[in-house]
Design a protein around this ligand. Sequence first.
Ligand code: GDP
Length: 296
Amino acid sequence: MVLAQLGGSISRAIQQMSNATIIDEKVLNECLNEITRALLQADVQFKLVRDMQSNIKKIVNLDDLAAGHNKRKIIQQAIFNELCKMLDPGKTSFAPKKGKTSVVMFVGLQGSGKTTTCTKYAYYHQKKGWKPALVCADTFRAGAFDQLKQNATKAKIPFYGSYMESDPVKIAVEGVERFKKENCDLIIVDTSGRHKQEAALFEEMRQVSEATNPDLVIFVMDSSIGQAAFDQAQAFKQSVAVGAVIVTKMDGHAKGGGALSAVAATKSPVIFIGTGEHMDEFEIFDVKPFVSRLLG
Ligand code: GDP
């Protein structure tokens, strides 16, 4: 995973700084420049990186640190905290409760891994004793319903969709109604994607959202989209009330920086990451362990 390279580069920069006999402005700047370079190479948005650098400098004011202070520790801690801050929007997302009906709507571009992630999310909860259900409101992509149906059948999760109906709003409403009646506690609505951000997609998303009134909207993003992540996530956020992010394909050659940008753009936490094509290749995302692991 290229993310490991990012972690490795940051760790090396911190190590070099730690090895210096005296920690002065020059040593600190060199360390921060190395980290900046690593983050930019990992496709983290430029503004985020610049803000992080200036924040660390503010926290680590070398002139104010008396000789007795452990400067290395303070700098390391500041870097750790700033990386966590980039990934932590400072608020948690709506948390569905087992046994109480919640509607969760998934949005994202075509190919982002949305349909796969819907099943992974359902399967994850099913294993924990929930009663999830899947609604395929993607009437745009031919084969979307078949894909969802296959996944759902494999995982023994109830599903709803139609080969004939072309109105995604109608299907979404019918599916949600049905599963509410069946006392499902996690009703997952998969919506259409498009190859690119376009007005028709956003309008459709708005309509489905208005009609089904979801408790949570999850934005699914492919981790390999690089610098485009920030704008894409922001565009989705402006159309529907995105409350959480799931980043997919973290197992691939993704640089990973997109995840950081998506958090910043949507001001929503990453709640899970996709780490493969299989149903169980899905992990809960926690900021601090993630950053700790990143830094080795
Ligand atoms: P959608 O168009 O957004 O619904 O995307 P799909 O769910 O059809 O996924 C597109 C492709 O990405 C499929 O081949 C999936 O198997 C694959 N995919 C989805 N999530 C992951 C992941 O976390 N890792 C990997 N390696 N592939 C994934």
